[in-house]
Design a protein around this ligand. Sequence first.
Ligand SMILES: N[C@@H](CCC(=O)N[C@@H](CS)C(=O)NCC(=O)O)C(=O)O
Length: 323
Amino acid sequence: MSPSVILHWYPESLFAQKIAWDLNYKKVDYKTVLINMIEPRPLRRPLDGGYRKTPILQINNHIFCDTKVIIAELEKRYPEPSFYPATRSGQATEALCKAFSQWTDSTLLFALVSQCGSMKLPEGFANDRAAYLGKEIDFAQMAEIAPFLKLEIQAQFEVAEQLLLENDQGSKEWVLGTQLPSMADFHFATDTMFAGGLMGETWLKENFPKLAAHKARVLNIGNYERIKSMPSISAEEALEIAKKEGLEFEGEVKPTGTSLKTDMLVSVTPVDTGKIPVVGSLVHLTSQEVVLKHIDQESSLEVFIHFPVIGFAIVPVPVPADL
Ligand SMILES: N[C@@H](CCC(=O)N[C@@H](CS)C(=O)NCC(=O)O)C(=O)O
């Protein structure tokens, strides 16, 4: 039986949209659970153990938190078409794509967030995101300075557009000069889609025509509309699947030069925003991925929660006094 792949998402989440494109590109059949844009999300908690970011990808009783580990798992399970095709000159692109995302998913994305001040947002959003960021957000002030902060966005987009122009007489179809799209293209288009939504498609087309055309190409292959034809299930049904369709898991904790060992109680916490620790017993640890066995206290549901190592702090619980 093929595994149940379930995307927990809300449509405004850029990172969730990127994962939908990725699933569509690899022609994976999946289900969706529509979640609330703000906390509380009590029915997600038994799966995520407290991790509050969006999206999460559930594969039976395995929960993948953060797009880095979701993308890695999709590439492992569904290798064709690869997210990492070689360039036309034969250069490998996996590490390049991963390094590239450190720019697109943070510096470039955060520059765009400066334009969100005048967006129509649901009630409670400001308070919810203040808790998420660990600081108050003044939307009125954001709206006031937004026109000036466009300068920084333009400077960054100029570099982005240059990437599509360089080394190829301006005809580079994909960011890294590959024959087929790479993950760098999906990362890139997430930001240009956000920019088009915030500042208008005309702004994007007039100022950055190559980026606008690139975005259209990625949206086409990411076939966003496909998500609507995937079955949408309830949060309760997703919990039922986690309970009934457990996948065996044999982990190993590779030596790290720390005291971390198999079965040790640890917490895994994002280092940037939404810093809520997820506590569980350590079942798997490599240089790039950590997996906890987590048992929900109320429902006794047992899941395996996967995180990337990059961007997360993995610490024993309780923290040893000498740490
Ligand atoms: N590093 C995370 C970032 C995800 C992220 O920031 N998602 C936003 C939505 S696009 C979020 O979680 N916002 C708060 C929320 O949904 O509660 C990833 O790659 O998955």
